[in-house]
Structures are given as structure tokens and as C-alpha cells.
Design a protein around this ligand. Structure first.
Ligand code: NAD
Length: 276
């Protein structure tokens, strides 16, 4: 290759590394969030863990991350239904790591019931945790990202951001909502080195899904085995669950330099569900 050619220049440009960057992953005491936190730590990122649960379990997860990957962790027990606690979580990450380079809005809850008996308090909680929390967290981290001209925001949406299922009115509304929010903030930040994307997973066998199996059985009047076979895995043409680690790997890719031109996107990882 001739010196001075555009290709030579591109090859000579060192690729920015993720090592030493700092991330907040909400809802990372369990399931998908925990897998993303571990995948980030494996790249050398410092991670703030957030979520509910037994303090001893959370401490064990943090110690395992620090020992396995040699990074620093912090923990915030901020309740994602409360704007003031979300601001405090972002401040906590700043004081622990200096900056927030990456934000993953992952905390989420589900409730399955027909619309006419859907509890109003469950609607409020699902909208607050699955949707409004992402708004509060993004508005707190974007100014710093703009200043440093680099940032990655990943919203863990769902296949239910793209299509609906019965008996999940609040969840489907929150996930369609977060996709709109993702696109709006992506456009606002596109010229600032910041990308904002939504990952749209199909079914992953986490506590969130395990809990909805009996609820779905009740709502549909079928057995729990039928829920797994005829509802969950039936939705996905591969007839396999997505794994949390596969979502972690996708999140790492979006943070990498290779993902720099992906923004405002809804990225399905759902065994072909929404291709049907
Ligand atoms: P999970 O129940 O294993 O984990 C949820 C996490 O959110 C936990 O850490 C929990 O403590 C935290 N959380 C819940 N309420 C909170 C609150 N008020 N404040 C702070 N943290 C709170 O569930 P998961 O399956 O890992 O789900 C993670 C995300 O992935 C959710 O947004 C969910 O909607 C989405 N998702 C899951 C699936 C799936 O099949 N499991 C599919 C698509 C999308």
C-alpha cells in the first residue's frame, strides 16, 4: 500500500480502547444487567452496579467482578422510580470514577394482566422504572459526554418495543416509549461523539421471565409448560432463549469504535421474532 493513501492513514489511526472508561449499568444486580456489567469489566471498564437485592449477594457480585477483571466497581441502591435517587446515582459514579462515559438503562419490571384488571399502581411503576428512569439518567449524563465529545448510551428495550403481546399493556407501552426516547436523544447528540441505541432482546431466562410464566399461565388459562413452549419459545423462530451474555457482547460492540456510526437504532436480538 502506498504511503499517504487514505487507507494507510486509516490503518495508522490508533483505535480508542474501552479500558479505563467508566459505566453505569442500572439494574445490574441480576440477569441481563449483571451480564452487561461483567462484559464491560472484561474490557477493563470500571462499573457502577445498581439494583435491588440482598446486600451480601450484591457484595459478592462486586467482589467477583473486581477479582476476575481487575477493575473498580461502585454500588448505588438508587430506586429507579425516583428522579432524586437517579441524580444521586450519577453523582456517586462521578465521585467514584471521575466521569460517566457509558450509561446502560437496563433496570426493568414486568406485570402480566388483562387491561380491565391491570392494577393502576403497576402501570405507574412500570412506566417510571422502564421509561422515565432512562430520561432522568440520560439528562444527567449527557452534559458531561458532550463536554468530552464521547459517550455511549444503551437502552435495554425489548422485542416489545417493536411488536406487542396481549396482557402486557404497561410493559409494551414503556418499551415502545423508550425506543422513541432513544431516537430523539440520538438526534440531539449525533454531532457530539455520542451514540444512543436501543437493544431489543427476545426472551432471556432471567428472574423477570421466570416470574411471568405463572402470571401468563393464569392470564391465558394454560399450563406453565405450555407458556414456555407455546408462548415464549413459540415467539422466537430459533425456539431458543437469548442469553444474557449474548446481550453483554452486543453492548460491548456498541461501545467500541466499530459502533461509532450506529445511533438511534433499534437492534433486535430475539431469534427472528420480529422478522415474522
Ligand atoms: P431481572 O429481574 O433479572 O433484573 C432486573 C434488574 O432491575 C434487577 O437488578 C433489579 O434489582 C433491578 N430493578 C428492578 N426494579 C428496580 C428499581 N425500582 N430500582 C432499581 N433497580 C431495579 O430482569 P432482566 O430480565 O435481566 O431484565 C433487564 C432488562 O431487560 C429489563 O429492562 C427488561 O425489560 C429487559 N428485557 C428482558 C427480557 C427477558 O426476557 N428477560 C427481554 C427483553 C427485555
Amino acid at each position: 500500500m502506498r504511503h499517504g493513501s487514505a487507507a494507510a492513514k486509516i490503518e495508522a489511526t490508533p483505535k480508542p480502547t474501552l479500558k479505563g472508561k467508566s459505566a453505569i449499568v442500572t439494574g445490574s444486580t441480576s440477569g441481563i444487567g449483571l451480564a452487561i456489567a461483567r462484559a464491560f469489566a472484561a474490557q477493563g471498564m470500571n462499573v457502577l452496579i445498581n439494583g435491588l437485592g440482598e446486600q451480601t449477594h450484591i457484595k459478592r457480585h462486586r467482589m467477583a467482578i473486581e477479582k476476575d477483571f481487575g477493575v473498580n466497581t461502585a454500588y448505588s441502591g438508587a430506586d429507579m422510580s425516583r428522579a432524586d435517587e437517579i441524580s444521586a446515582m450519577v453523582e456517586h459514579a462521578r465521585s467514584a470514577f471521575g466521569e460517566v462515559d457509558i450509561l446502560v438503562n437496563n433496570a426493568g419490571i414486568q406485570h402480566v394482566a388483562p387491561i380491565e384488571t391491570f392494577p393502576a399502581d403497576k402501570w405507574d411503576a412500570i412506566i417510571a422504572i422502564n421509561l422515565s428512569a432512562a430520561f432522568h439518567a440520560m439528562r444527567a449524563v449527557v452534559p458531561g459526554m458532550k463536554k468530552r465529545k464521547w459517550g455511549r448510551i444503551i437502552n435495554i428495550a425489548s422485542a416489545h418495543a417493536l411488536v406487542a403481546s396481549p396482557f402486557k399493556s404497561a410493559y409494551v407501552a414503556s418499551k415502545h416509549g423508550i425506543l422513541g426516547l432513544t431516537k430523539a436523544v440520538a438526534l440531539e447528540t449525533a454531532e457530539h461523539g455520542i451514540t444512543v441505541n436501543a437493544i431489543c432482546p427476545g426472551y432471556v431466562l432471567t428472574p423477570l421471565v421466570e416470574k411471568q410464566i405463572p402470571e401468563t399461565a393464569k392470564a391465558r388459562g394454560i399450563s406453565e409448560e405450555e407458556v414456555v413452549r407455546d408462548v415464549l419459545l413459540h415467539a422466537q423462530p430459533t425456539h431458543q432463549f437469548v442469553t444474557a451474555d449474548q446481550i453483554g457482547a452486543l453492548a460491548v460492540f456498541l461501545c467500541s469504535d466499530s459502533g461509532a456510526q450506529i445511533t438511534g437504532a433499534a437492534i433486535p436480538i430475539e431469534g427472528g421474532w420480529t422478522a415474522q
